[in-house]
Design a protein around this ligand. Structure first.
Ligand code: AVI
Length: 340
């Protein structure tokens, strides 16, 4: 998960890579991940308005909280997308064809790709890309145990930066990118475009199966990000807890409130951490004053219309294909054809 994309896209286009090139990408990912939280949080606190990438939610406690969010009654995206996949598995498989070479951007719980693997005819390979090597390798071990015949080739990489995919298999069908969960909605529009442009090149001649949340009744959206059990609040506040753990900051969590609301003109949920009082916080030897009511903007979660997503995909070089949705049109799964 990340919202930082490289601006010089042509220089970063992925190519089938040598082992040395892959190793270089992995080393860079690890080195930058450790130092960037402090740098980005310092910059966020010093800026006005204050804003930080949602990628910092996902340390181990944050990832566990996100898994709990996905099970909440109010948080419809996960189960709705899974339902769409299950109900349309045969049609999706027919559209993607036999011996697909599947590339998943992120390796969440691997639950959704299992539905795809079950439905596809003789998938040739599964290549999940994730920034967390530990999580990725554990998930792949579980998958290998359940699909002993499947070639599983994890790549530790930040897929919002330059990444390299393993060379194509001569015997495989089309390369199929899989990006479920509406993670695209956590990018800025410019970052979303860059990600799609990058994916269009990486998947040349293949397709991208993309899950995105749809614009809907703001009351449903509000409930999904303000659950009664307070799990989303804990997820948001974990950013400060993480800064205390990793960076020696002195945030008092009780002095901040979770604030999430739908910004209709921008078609996005915004999450903020709102200062409950005038306070001072220390981070890396610097002291920042927050006035009562001031916020640190921690996440945007964009919602899409079918036509808006198609326009974005076309701008990135994809040709829109079939769209599968649930009966209530809450969520959508798009098949986008990559350029040849
Ligand atoms: C990961 N991402 C798509 C989630 C979303 O809905 O934007 C993250 C999340 N934030 C709060 N609840 C869930």
């Amino acid at each position: 998960m990340s919202a930082v994309l490289s601006a010089n896209l042509p220089g970063n286009l992925p190519n089938p890579a040598s082992d040395a090139a892959l190793a270089a990408v992995r080393t860079t990912v690890h080195a930058t991940a450790a130092s960037s939280f402090a740098t980005d949080l310092l910059a966020a606190l010093g800026n006005q308005p204050r804003s930080i990438s949602p990628k910092y939610f996902y340390d181990a406690p944050g990832s566990a909280l996100f898994d709990r969010i996905c099970e909440l009654p109010e948080y419809y995206p996960t189960r709705t997308e899974l339902g769409i996949l299950q109900s349309n598995a045969a049609a999706i498989a027919q559209h993607l064809g036999p011996q697909a070479d599947i590339v998943e951007f992120g390796a969440g719980s691997l639950l959704k790709v299992r539905v795809l693997l079950e439905a596809l005819e003789a998938p040739a390979r599964y290549v999940p890309l994730d920034i967390s090597g530990e999580h990725l390798h554990a998930a792949c071990a579980a998958l290998r145990a359940d699909y002993p015949g499947l070639r599983v080739e994890p790549v530790v990489a930040d897929y919002t930066q330059a990444y390299a995919l393993p060379a194509r298999l001569p015997s495989a069908g089309q390369r199929v990118g899989f990006f479920p969960g509406s993670t695209l909605g956590n990018f800025t529009p410019a970052e979303a475009l860059l990600f799609l442009q990058h994916a269009a090149q990486a998947l040349r001649g293949g397709a991208l199966l993309l899950g995105v949340d749809l614009v809907k009744d703001p009351a449903l959206l509000h409930a999904a990000y303000n659950d009664a059990a307070g799990v989303t609040a804990a997820f948001n506040l974990n950013l400060l807890a993480r800064a205390n753990r990793e960076l020696g900051a002195n945030f008092v969590l009780a002095h901040f409130a979770h604030a999430a609301f739908y910004n209709a003109p921008m078609q996005r949920i915004e999450m903020h951490l709102q200062s409950r009082q005038r306070q001072q916080v220390g981070l890396c030897g610097q002291v920042f004053t927050l006035e009562e009511g001031e916020t640190l903007h921690t996440e945007n979660s964009y919602k899409f219309t079918r036509s808006g997503l198609h326009a974005l995909a076309e701008q990135a070089g994809f040709q829109p294909g079939p769209v599968w949705t649930d009966a209530q049109q809450h969520f959508s799964l798009h098949c986008l054809q990559a350029p040849v």
